[in-house]
Design a binder for this molecule. Structure first.
Ligand code: DQA
Length: 146
């Protein structure tokens, strides 16, 4: 089993970016946690981050032949990107939507997600721990669906 952890815009700044909202864990630490979680669970975990919508779309396209599931924190593109939504619909790879913060408890514009309708589920509000929860949830989903 191979999983892709895909992070979108501004998440490269985790650790220093609005720590009161996003905490002080860096993306590097989160990625190391995910790879570790994968090792323990016996699956292969790869990580990619981009600030560019097109690169995220291309990563989703490429995942079609490479990964069994994607954990996606699309950052602000969550709330704007029909193109990301279409990319997910276009490849047969299951996606779990992830956010560090509880987007539903924040500004109104963060309540709308273009990812949610094409994701198998959403995890938000649990900080970095959400990534390992998402890996567990994805492995459970893949086991169920074969
Ligand atoms: C985020 C929530 C988004 O609203 C925001 O634009 C981000 C991070 C989160 O992980 O909580 O960049 O996806």
């Amino acid at each position: 089993t191979s999983l892709l952890i895909l992070n979108g815009p501004n998440l490269n700044l985790l650790g220093t970016r609005q720590p009161e909202v996003y905490g002080d864990t860096t993306l590097e630490q989160i990625e190391a946690m995910c790879i570790d979680k994968g090792r323990v669970a016996g699956c292969n975990v790869s990580c990619f981050q981009s600030n560019h919508e097109g690169e995220l779309i291309e990563a989703i396209h490429a995942a079609r032949n490479t990964y069994d599931g994607i954990i996606l924190n699309a950052g602000a593109y969550t709330h704007t990107s029909v193109a990301l939504m279409d990319a997910i619909s276009s490849v047969g790879v299951p996606v779990i939507e992830l956010h560090l913060s509880n987007i539903h408890a924040r500004e109104e514009f963060r309540h709308k997600s273009y990812i949610a309708p094409v994701a198998i589920g959403q995890i938000c509000g649990f900080g970095p721990k959400g990534y390992t929860l998402a890996i567990e949830a994805m492995l459970g989903h893949l086991e169920k669906t074969g």
